[in-house]
Design a protein around this ligand. Structure first.
Ligand code: ATP
Length: 223
């Protein structure tokens, strides 16, 4: 049986999570205390319920304990977000993913047992800045505090070179995971594969090393 998801808080983030799960064919229970939000989403999703997630009895009645993953997407009302997380973990929900408003909120969530804390606004801000600093950086995914994956547009620096001659592993300490050309991904690039200007390279590495690679791209772009 496929995983069962519940999403609590149907603001922009929560409703996007719920709609995406639905469009991918998963069953999702969406919960909000605001009847307007519930009505809006009831047009799209099968199971949308009006309930206050700080009410333990209400959550029990919904059988929330049996869901594999519960996403808490309550933003502004930090107290409600913390109480909801605490109740869910005390009830024994296996995986609780919570959206944090700020670092302090995130720390509290981790202390009370949230299994994953996400910071969508902060992460999107970081990704945008990387793209603004270097137009050649198309995307940026933080794996941990130290490691990331970037999508970088190959500039003149790379043109006509093979992965071997570019020697990115030795020179920058990063690994090219994939090369994209004309919407086609080569996900098993070999040392002999030639890179062309305009190709997209998907590179994994330590943030310091990726930054060195980004600098080459920026300098080359401006030249
Ligand atoms: P976004 O940025 O994703 O739009 P936000 O950070 O502004 O969201 P809010 O709008 O504060 O977050 O909260 C998201 C939703 O959570 C709202 O629709 C709100 O009604 C709902 N919500 C807040 N508290 C509770 C609660 N205790 N029980 C159920 N739903 C709640």
């Amino acid at each position: 049986m496929s995983k069962q998801f519940a999403v609590i808080g149907l603001g922009r983030f929560g409703s996007s999570v719920a709609k995406t799960l639905h469009s991918m064919g998963y069953e999702v229970l969406a919960i909000d205390r605001d009847s307007g939000r519930v009505q809006d989403l009831a047009q799209i999703l099968m199971h949308v319920i009006e309930a206050d997630s700080t009410d333990e009895m209400a959550l029990k009645a919904l059988g929330i304990r049996n869901f594999d993953v519960v996403v808490v997407a309550i933003g502004e009302d930090i107290q409600a977000s913390i109480m909801t997380t605490l109740i869910l973990k005390e009830m024994g929900v296996k995986k609780v993913v919570v959206k944090a408003q700020n670092d302090l909120h995130g720390k509290v969530l981790e202390k009370i047992g949230a299994d994953k804390v996400v910071y969508p606004e902060r992460d999107m801000g970081i990704r945008l800045v990387h793209n603004l600093i270097s137009p050649n950086i198309l995307d940026y995914v933080e794996l941990s505090n130290d490691y990331s994956i970037i999508e970088v547009k190959a500039s003149k620096f790379f043109d006509g070179e093979t992965l071997q001659s570019l020697n990115i592993r030795q020179r920058f300490g990063c690994n090219v995971m994939a090369i994209k050309r004309n919407d086609k991904y080569n996900i098993t690039p070999s040392a002999k594969d030639v890179v062309r200007t305009g190709d997209t390279l998907v590179v994994i590495g330590h943030n310091d090393d990726l930054q060195k690679l980004e600098e080459v791209c920026v300098n080359d772009y401006e030249a």
